[in-house]
Design a protein around this ligand. Structure first.
Ligand code: KG4
Ligand code: ZN
Length: 340
């Protein structure tokens, strides 16, 4: 059995986790920096990097302690080496390389998106490769054919903002605080989703590409014209439109996916996959094509280190480790390679 320590510091979570090759999450520690960034209504890269320096070593020690193991029991250290905010990535990779060198452990560089992409294979035992993935987070929005660990084909992606980014910007505009997704979702519970007609982005385009920046502008125009008095209705209408825009693209993504596989399994991951309205619309759209939809549990959908450790297990099994890997701020899933 292999044991991997995972480290995640590419955005605003300082996280560490210990996961075994048979799929047991022995610990999953997340120190959120929300308090540090809330004042600014979004993540400030410099503040994030400094907070990782403060918190990441505690997260790592806590993860090893809670797992009930010693550092000597660990086979490899897996760390997010990109894409994301460079300051935080450098902090994480430096910790990981140092532990790996001093303790003579294997060092594994993980693409953050790959962590989100593979997470569901830990929790859903019936999931098989290849499967269709929709990754929706604060920085990304893409339909991916997950052929096997280390082999990914992007089937469609956002042309501008990610959906999480749109949620965060709308929340900031409406004074709902940061992070915006959960705030907009909870305001929506009391709102009327049909109150405002917002345009569904790329409605006429017959492909799996997406766009979310226009929606934010449409919300801004409504606020300018009407003021802030209908925040709950506006949140509900915005959330409904994002859900419809994503659901609309499912059939095009499935069409492309069927060029690679006859499997009918669909995974939705990333922070925005926590949204219940979006979950509902996506699983309904996929069911129309006979696809079964899987969502990792919310704690594993948003950024965490268990997903990095789990992706590390795959790379460990394929002997893909390399101490000289250089962190990458930009790193497409299609550029992931397990050959060392
Ligand atoms: O995956 P994640 O934790 O970090 C990134 O890799 O970006 O996703 C964070 C994003 C944020 O933009 C946040 O507002 C959004 O996910 N989010 C949500 C919800 N929970 C988190 N968006 C919509 N509804 C939610 N319930
Ligand atoms: Zn993420």
């Amino acid at each position: 059995m292999g044991i991997v320590l995972g480290i995640e510091s590419s955005c605003d979570e300082s996280a560490a986790a210990v996961v075994t090759s048979d799929g047991n999450i022995l610990s999953n520690i997340i120190f959120s920096q929300i308090q540090d960034h809330a004042l600014y209504g979004g993540v400030v890269p410099e503040i994030a990097a400094r907070a990782h320096v403060d918190k990441l070593d505690h997260a790592i020690q806590e993860a090893v302690m809670q797992a009930g193991i010693n550092f000597s029991d660990i086979d490899a250290i897996a760390v997010t080496a990109g894409p994301g905010l460079m300051g935080g990535i450098i902090v994480g990779t430096t910790y990981a390389k140092t532990i790996a060198s001093v303790m003579r452990k294997k060092f594994i560089a993980i693409n953050h998106l790959e962590g989100h992409a593979l997470m569901a294979t830990l929790t859903e035992k019936t999931l098989i490769f290849p499967y269709l993935l929709l990754l929706i987070s604060g920085g990304h929005s893409q339909f991916v054919c997950v052929l096997e660990p280390g082999k990914y084909k992007i089937l469609g992606q956002t042309l501008d903002d990610a959906p999480g980014e749109a949620f965060d910007k709308v929340a900031k505009l409406l004074g709902l605080g940061y992070p915006g997704g959960p705030a907009v979702e909870s305001a929506s519970h009391h709102g009327n989703k049909s109150a405002y007609r917002l345009p569904i982005p790329l409605e006429k385009r017959r492909d799996a590409d997406m766009s979310f920046s226009g929606l934010k502008t449409a919300v801004l125009q409504i606020v300018r014209a009407n003021g802030f008095n209908n925040t709950e209705d506006l949140c509900a209408s915005f959330q409904e439109t994002v859900a419809c825009a994503l659901a609309l693209k499912v059939s095009y993504a499935i069409e492309k996916f069927s060029e690679y596989s006859i499997n009918k399994q669909f995974v939705v991951s990333g922070g925005v996959a926590s949204n219940l309205c979006i979950r509902d619309k996506l699983s309904q759209a996929a069911a129309k094509h006979g696809f079964q939809t899987f969502f990792p549990p919310v704690k594993l959908c948003t950024d965490n280190a268990a997903m990095i450790a789990w992706a590390g297990i795959y790379k460990l099994q394929m002997k893909a480790h390399e101490l000289d890997f250089k962190p990458r701020a930009r790193w497409s899933l299609e550029e992931v390679c397990y050959e060392t």
